[in-house]
Design a protein. Structure first.
Length: 774
């Protein structure tokens, strides 16, 4: 109840908690209709977004959220919309027409919502009081007492409806005694009288049988009205999820199991087995202390982008070609011209969304500004990064022109156009989508025109962190518009390690990651799929994989890229990793695009070396946006990187893509990368800041390189905010490179922790797309 009230008050964090509590059940139901984890997750996110709109409008449930959500899932699967403003309304499956007129159904839906809630969870879903006490905000004993009152109320409501049907005179006294009789509270003689009457009276016998086993009746009748004909499959799937939740860990282990088979164990190097590795996703507490959230806004919205595009840059007028539904429209602003060193890529603007932190100011004219500032991922010494500034007019009147002054930490400077190295010194960094930014020492000032009611805009600033920048500090933001002043800050400053943002976008966007091995210690299939190598007893000799049938290549493998239909590639990055022939490997690799008969040579724009325990490894990066934009989906081949082969060696590659997808919800997305060794006693913390405005569902694509000898991999995902998945890691064999996708809930300051027990790995890339509730 408190969470739903908080959502109606504009608190998106509360809705994130609702998502955490009920996503498992919604997922269990969605699986009854859909195949494939991506399709299931899409339905979940869209349904939750639709329900959020209903609740924020003051409609929908006040207590019984679970049944309402499940009906919304069915409704969305059937017609592509939630459209359930009446919490007492039901969506009857055509196969079950007439079931809603059953006496037990009418009795159930006549009960107070709180009673319906406890009966659904305990009698239909067979939950224990301890499992739902937090949903009701009651003690375990209080839940049991409430359930007893609800069952008694259901029996009385049932009998009242039964009496309205005009029973015979002799049935009246018997019907009144049936509730006590089924509970064993009727004296023996009176009970015998009831039994004798029921044996002869068909109507009273039907009432007796339904009231004697309310749980069964609720599952058969109410369960089908809420869930549909798939009630048995839903309850079985939900029971399996509960059982799995009681056998930690879950999360990444389950996510790995849900990966496409080719991605489960992409093997590279003599280490045919996996390092012992644990991935732990930690979300901060859901209450972030800021304003409750941004109210729903009106009108279209468009994603903005920031990154380092290569190749021809589209004209500023380029837009997504696929039309949107009304009030869900969006366009894509192109990345700012300038190549790898450009300083700022202001984004497009959108007019819907909800944020929960940052400054907020209002004027008597009812124009109101809300603002947030955060680094995307981390700001790491000696690396470039991205700072995101997001503004919204949450009021009802047009603002004046907007000026945002960003104060950067010491040692952090805006990268000016054309400055590939060192600190940017050019006074102007360009104009895009209404934003114009200038820098003076540690202050970046960006200007924008007036914002309409509900309009939001984002500006991404690419910054360079000096190698000697002091660790810590923070980001400051001061926004002025006419007489309004909004001040806010982020405590997330410079770090000595972590993953920095390579590219970012706000909008209807999604990420894709594929990859494969270039070394293997056992025969590998000739296609794009790889097979898992069983753990060995010692070092094994890895030899090059070469399956392209091209005599000019020494090593080659492929991956199948599937982009959204009608989507536009915003950014694509090619990563490859191996044990190099020297401490300074040649940053060249060969790539063959779908439909092409020839390889092209791609030169790395960055090569980062890392000393693994018994060898030197590296990770290389090249921006291949123009190449992927031109070739699109299909089979991509990568060949001949600089690498060694033999014992304890590895080599592999991954292609990471961000593209528009009109079928996706509005999201914040970023690609973060680093080349950091995780092993021994040390671990790696990868902050995922600036991506989740509150607790929101997210898609995470991971790329991890590993080439050491090991026994069996340990993978676990723990979300402290959700209090799920805690415990020991689950066994899962991994190979030389993992390219896999998981779905989880991110808090505003989520952190990905990586650690190993004995062996070492090289962490490479994480691509995150987090739903922005709107």
């Amino acid at each position: 109840m408190e969470l739903l009230e908080a959502v109606r008050g504009g608190n998106a964090s509360a809705y994130g908690m609702l998502y955490q509590r009920h996503a498992v059940a919604a997922r269990s139901l969605a699986r009854q209709f859909l195949q494939g984890d991506e399709a299931v997750e899409d339905i979940l996110v869209e349904t939750f977004a639709g329900v959020l709109d209903v609740v924020r409008a003051g409609e929908g449930p006040f207590f019984a959220f679970r049944p309402y959500l499940l009906m919304a899932v069915r409704r969305y699967v059937a017609i592509g919309a939630v459209d359930l403003t009446d919490p007492d309304g039901i969506y009857v499956d055509p196969e079950l027409t007439g079931l809603e007129r059953a006496v037990l159904a009418r009795a159930f839906f006549s009960l107070p919502e709180r009673w319906r809630m406890v009966l659904w969870h305990m009698d239909v879903e067979n939950a224990r009081p301890a499992e739902i006490s937090h949903l009701l905000g009651m003690s375990v004993g209080g839940v049991g007492a409430l359930a007893d009152r609800a069952r008694d109320g259901l029996r009385q409501a049932y009998l009242q409806l039964h009496r309205e049907g005009g029973p015979r005179d002799e049935c009246g006294p018997i019907l009144a005694k049936i509730p006590q009789h089924v509970e064993g509270r009727l004296p023996k003689r009176e009970g015998q009288t009831v039994d004798e009457h029921v044996a002869e009276c068909i109507d009273c016998r039907a009432a007796f049988l339904e009231l004697a086993d309310l749980a069964q009746g609720l599952r058969v009748i109410v369960g089908q009205l809420v869930v549909g004909p798939h009630i048995d499959g839903y309850l079985a799937d939900l029971a399996r999820e509960r059982e799995a939740a009681g056998s930690p860990p879950r999360g990444v282990a389950a996510a790995i199991r849900r990966m496409p088979a080719p991605h489960r164990a992409l093997v590279a190097g003599a280490a045919a087995t996996a390092a012992t590795v644990a991935f732990i996703l930690i979300a901060e507490p859901l209450s972030d202390g800021g304003p409750g959230g941004w109210p729903a806004a009106r009108g279209p919205r468009s994603p903005g982008t920031a990154g380092t595009p290569s190749g021809p840059t589209p004209s500023p007028s380029a837009r997504s070609a696929t039309p949107e539904k009304p009030d869900r429209t969006q366009d894509v602003a192109p990345p700012q011209p300038g190549g790898p060193s450009h300083a700022a890529a202001p984004t497009g603007r959108h007019q819907s969304g909800r944020h929960t932190t940052g400054g907020h100011a209002a004027t008597p004219e009812h124009a109101s500004l809300a603002a947030t500032i955060d680094p995307l991922g981390a700001l790491v010494r000696a690396r470039s990064g991205i700072v995101g500034v997001r503004l919204r007019n949450t009021g009802e009147a047009l603002t004046r022109d907007v000026k945002a002054a960003v104060t950067l930490p010491s040692g952090v400077a805006l990268m000016a156009g054309g400055a590939a190295k060192g600190r940017g010194t050019a006074p102007s960094v360009g104009t895009l989508d209404g934003w114009a930014c200038r820098t003076a020492r540690q202050v970046v000032t960006c200007s924008h025109g007036a914002l309409a009611p509900g309009e939001a805009t984002t500006v991404f600033l690419r910054v360079l962190v000096a190698a000697d920048a002091p660790v810590g500090g923070g980001l400051g933001l001061r926004v002025t518009s006419g007489g309004q002043v909004v001040s806010t800050h982020s405590t997330l400053g410079v770090r000595s390690s972590g993953a920095t943002a390579r590219y970012a976008a706000d909008g209807r966007v999604t990420t894709r990651a594929i990859g494969n091995t270039l070394l293997s210690s056992s025969p590998a299939p000739a296609g794009c799929e790889t097979k898992r190598i069983r753990p060995g007893t010692g070092p094994r000799i890895a030899v090059p994989v070469d399956h392209d049938g091209d005599a000019s290549t020494r090593s080659s493998s492929c991956g199948l890229l599937e982009l959204p239909a009608g989507g536009r590639v915003l950014w694509a990055g090619l990563y490859w990793s191996a044990t190099g022939r020297s401490s300074a490997p040649v940053g060249l690799v060969r790539v063959k695009a779908p439909g092409s008969s020839r390889y092209v040579t791609v030169r790395a724009t960055e090569v980062a070396g890392s000393d693994l325990p018994i060898r030197h490894g590296y990770q290389a990066f090249a921006d291949v946006t123009s190449l992927v934009r031109g070739a699109g989906s299909g089979r991509w081949w990568v060949a001949d990187p600089s690498m060694r082969w033999g014992a304890s060696q590895h080599a592999g590659w991954s292609l990471v893509v961000m593209a528009t997808d009109d079928s996706r919800p509005y999201s914040r997305a970023a690609v973060l990368d680093t080349a950091a060794v995780v092993g021994g006693k040390g671990g790696l913390r990868v902050p995922l800041a600036g991506l989740a405005p509150a607790a929101t569902p997210a898609r995470i694509d991971l790329v991890v390189w590993n080439g050491d000898d090991g026994t069996d991999g340990l993978v676990a995902l723990s979300d402290h905010a959700a209090k799920a998945g805690a415990g020991g890691p689950a066994k899962r064999g991994l190979g030389g490179v993992i390219v896999g996708t998981m779905h989880t809930v991110l808090g505003r300051h989520a952190v990905l922790n990586l650690a190993t027990r004995d062996e070492s790995l090289l962490f490479g890339v994480v691509a995150v797309s987090a739903r922005s509730w709107s």
